[in-house]
Design a protein around this ligand. Structure first.
Ligand SMILES: *[C@@H]1O[C@H](CO)[C@@H](O)[C@H](O)[C@H]1NC(C)=O
Ligand SMILES: *[C@@H]1O[C@H](CO)[C@@H](O)[C@H](O)[C@H]1NC(C)=O
Ligand SMILES: *[C@@H]1O[C@H](CO)[C@@H](O)[C@H](O)[C@H]1NC(C)=O
Ligand SMILES: *[C@@H]1O[C@H](CO)[C@@H](O)[C@H](O)[C@H]1NC(C)=O
Ligand SMILES: [Ca+2]
Ligand SMILES: [Zn+2]
Length: 300
């Protein structure tokens, strides 16, 4: 994965990426923690969220439902289910989970196509840019999801919406990479109901982790997610990692790190934020384009 420090090094002091992947307990214990590899938001991105939060506080958001075109890409090293391949049923169940988890927030999805590619390098998250240049479809408002065999210990990563010019390097990198074992029916114990996709797509819409910023300051810049000091592991009901502040940890929120069985919802504040980011950064598919077709631009 490419960290935003590479893109924003000049303008922003960038924190280290979230590296909570594949934390193993005692020898022989399975991996216990959800491992999201989404880069930490840059200072610049945090100020975008702050400014959207101020707008949301001034006037109500959400006037229409948003429909998002989706492309699924399966990248495996062979057509065996051990090598990253997925069945049509797993993919359609995954798409249903995506639809069901975002419907209450006013987002619907259209699955435009699914591609299957055998490439050992790409299946292990090697040469991300070459893979995306070959496979990415649509415009900056099109969601491309890449299911990979191996993500170096992560369950998924995705890039936040930003001021992206159509056809630029940032444009090509946009999209979500997902560990294939996390789809419904996959082999990732405690994380195989398909909510990794929901969590990562939350980032694609501009949502941060509920533990962003810890107990200090503005946290995730969403008013109705209680402050949280650190990621949740499992489903510890009653967890209160910022005891001085109001509210228990939002352990059922899709933007925490809980077990899939624990996840339940986004808040109305998160829905408003996703809508604001959409309007500001993704809705205009023609931004930076020289024609009005929705086709993928020529590779750089
Ligand atoms: C879907 O993707 C496949 C594989 O890339 C391609 O052959 C096919 O034409 C695509 N179908 C549509 C409707 O875009
Ligand atoms: C597989 O990935 C490598 C590394 O990016 C690339 O050079 C090669 O063209 C890819 N092969 C296919 C068949 O896509
Ligand atoms: C994004 O671009 C718009 C217009 O091009 C500009 O008004 C805005 O300040 C930019 N935002 C950031 C965070 O750079
Ligand atoms: C999310 O789900 C939890 C657990 O069911 C519930 O306590 C909370 O009120 C819900 N929040 C929203 C915004 O729906
Ligand atoms: Ca909050
Ligand atoms: Zn995440």
């Amino acid at each position: 994965m490419r960290f935003s420090s590479l893109i924003h090094a000049v303008t922003a002091a960038v924190a280290a990426p979230a590296v909570l992947a594949g934390t193993t307990g005692r020898a022989g214990q399975p991996s216990l923690k959800f491992g999201c590899g989404a880069p930490d938001p840059t200072t610049e991105q945090l100020s975008m969220a702050a400014s959207l939060a101020a707008q949301e506080a001034r006037r109500p958001q959400r006037t229409t439902n948003i429909n998002v075109d989706v492309y699924f890409h399966v990248i495996a090293s062979s057509t065996s289910l051990e090598d990253g391949y997925l069945t049509d049923k797993m993919l359609s169940d995954q798409f249903t989970v995506l639809e069901e988890t975002f419907a209450p927030s006013g987002f619907t999805f259209t699955l435009k196509n699914t591609t299957f590619t055998l490439n050992t390098t790409w299946a292990s998250d090697g040469d991300e840019f070459a893979m995306k240049k070959a496979l990415r479809q649509g415009s900056y408002k099109t969601l491309n999801i890449y299911f990979l065999k191996d993500l170096n210990g992560y369950f998924g990563y995705c890039y936040f919406p930003d001021n992206v010019t159509y056809g630029s390097e940032d444009f090509w990198y946009d999209g979500c990479s997902i560990l294939y074992t996390t789809v419904p029916g996959g082999s990732e114990t405690n994380y195989n109901l398909g909510y990794t996709v929901t969590h990562e797509v939350g980032h694609w819409f501009g949502l941060y982790h509920t533990f962003q910023g810890g107990c200090e300051g503005d946290g995730d810049y969403v008013f109705d997610t209680p402050a949280q000091d650190s990621p949740t592991s499992g489903c510890p009901v009653g967890r209160d990692s910022c005891p001085e502040l109001e509210g228990l940890d939002p352990i059922t929120n899709f933007m925490d790190y809980s077990y899939d069985t624990c996840y339940d919802n986004f808040t109305t504040g998160q829905a408003a934020r996703a809508y604001s980011f959409w309007k500001e950064y993704r809705a205009d598919a023609t931004k930076g384009k020289t024609d009005d077709s929705d086709a993928t631009p020529a590779p750089l």
